[in-house]
Design a binder for this molecule. Structure first.
Ligand SMILES: [Zn+2]
Length: 122
């Protein structure tokens, strides 16, 4: 599954780094596709020529909208069922997808961080 989607950014082409700064994904250089991930090759041309486009890539808007790890799914479900505004839910779920994309899983620390945000601190 997700054979064409960059695992680091989940197809977004960008990742949220430290201090919530959004940066271009280092693995796919913003294309969101796994096929561009060639860490050993330092190509100066960041954008691929258009003749590279095939039938699969026409579905580029098929973005990942739900986590794929069990921890991520459990966490995203809690976010979805929380009383947060939809924007917050969307943001947190995206963070979960991005986190598991770059780490391969959702750690307990990360889960705790997310849960803290869905529970209003009073
Ligand atoms: Zn990427």
């Amino acid at each position: 599954m997700n054979g064409d989607t960059c695992a680091v950014c989940g197809g977004e082409g960008r990742i949220k780094g430290a201090w919530n700064r959004t940066t271009s994904c280092p693995a796919c250089h913003g294309s969101g596709r796994r096929g561009d991930m060639e860490p050993l090759i330092r190509d100066v041309t960041k954008t691929k020529p258009s003749h590279h486009i095939n039938a699969n890539e026409k579905k580029a808007d098929k973005k990942q909208t739900w986590p794929s790890t069990s921890e991520g799914v459990a966490l995203a479900t809690q976010v979805r069922d929380s009383g947060c505004p939809d924007e917050t839910k969307d943001r947190l779920i995206r963070e979960i997808i991005e986190y598991e994309g770059s780490h391969g899983l959702c750690t307990k620390t990360f889960s705790r961080k997310v849960r803290k945000q869905i529970r209003p601190t009073t």
